[in-house]
Design a protein around this ligand. Structure first.
Ligand SMILES: [Zn+2]
Length: 317
């Protein structure tokens, strides 16, 4: 190896203190580099120079970005190949490989995306849904399955879901039951609340695993808009908006038969009991009734309602 400056071929290696500036951040570290014995100029040494760059990237990623091991770990948590995972985050496979091997620094867009996925793994479904055409059916199914598995693994039994895993089939069939003869959306959402809370009162678990939140119209299932839109997508219900005395009435009616076989006898009894109790209530009457619940009164607006309040609900006293 030869010095560029003086042409001397006599060189030596020593531990050298570096300061690299990467994306505006000062990265200080030491690594072995080659120098000229004659003029002490840094001499090009492919192996040592490369090691120094990798070290700088590693320190940057650990301090300001994402450590490479974490990216591999993230992909493994989804059980996805490098090709499919790179497709989901929208980069070339070779780019992902260079991130995983710590050979480059993810650009800001990928950093944000990867960090979001680490925090909220379930957004992976949104990512593939918003770019559905880019995936084959097989790839799509793979991602959905892995996202569902994650949901199962990460299930956290707590007082907001009634210590019960979310059961979409029960949610849909509960809606089919209450909307059998047609029901206004506002009332339906309250009936669901009462069914889950009444069942919790008697069994310390909810029927659907749904979380309920407090809004102006009383307690409603969290994410109810997406539940309703799923029902529409699956052609389970019809949804009509009717204007009556200046009010918008959102009328929901079942289009499929309610499947009672997926419920236990106690769950069915609860559905019947709630349905009977409120059969003559209008939407506004049930809203008013729900406003008197401790569950409603003691929860802040837009916060989730604890099933602990189930023991105070007014329909079973
Ligand atoms: Zn020299």
């Amino acid at each position: 190896m030869k010095c560029n400056l003086c042409g001397c071929e006599d060189t030596y290696v020593k531990n050298h203190e570096h300061t690299f500036i990467i994306k505006g951040e000062k990265i200080n570290f030491s690594s072995y580099r080659r120098f000229c014995k004659n003029c002490n100029n840094l001499v090009y040494d492919a192996k040592l120079d490369n090691e120094a760059s990798l070290k700088a990237i590693e320190i940057y990623n650990n301090n300001y970005g994402i450590p490479k091991e974490k990216i591999v770990e993230l992909r493994h948590s989804f059980k996805l190949s490098q090709s499919l995972f790179s497709k989901i985050i929208g980069c070339a496979k070779k780019t992902l490989i260079s991130y995983e091997q710590g050979r480059s620094i993810p650009n800001d867009n990928y950093l944000i995306l990867l960090k979001s996925l680490m925090k909220e793994p379930f957004i992976i479904k949104t990512l593939v849904d918003s770019n559905r055409d880019a995936f084959t059916d097989k790839e799509y199914q793979k991602v959905i399955t892995s996202s569902n598995n994650l949901l199962e693994l990460n299930f956290d039994a707590n007082s907001y879901n009634g210590y019960t895993k979310l059961n979409k089939n029960k949610i849909y069939n509960m809606i089919l039951y209450f909307a059998n003869k047609g029901v206004l959306k506002t009332k339906l959402l309250k009936l669901m609340f009462y069914a889950d809370f009444l069942f919790y009162k008697n069994s310390c678990s909810s029927i659907t695993g749904l979380e309920y939140a407090k809004i102006t119209y009383g307690p409603v299932p969290d994410n109810f808009e997406s539940i309703i839109s799923d029902c529409l997508k699956n052609d389970l219900i019809s949804y009509d908006i009717v204007y009556k005395n200046d009010y918008e009435n959102h009328n929901i009616k079942s289009k499929k038969k309610f499947n009672k076989n997926i419920f236990t006898k106690e769950e069915l009894d609860t559905l019947n009991k709630v349905n009977d109790f409120f059969k003559d209530y209008t939407s506004s009457e049930i809203v008013e009734f729900s406003h008197k619940e401790k569950a409603f009164k003691e929860t802040e607006y837009y916060k989730n309602i604890s099933y602990d309040y189930a023991f105070d609900i007014n329909i079973d006293k």
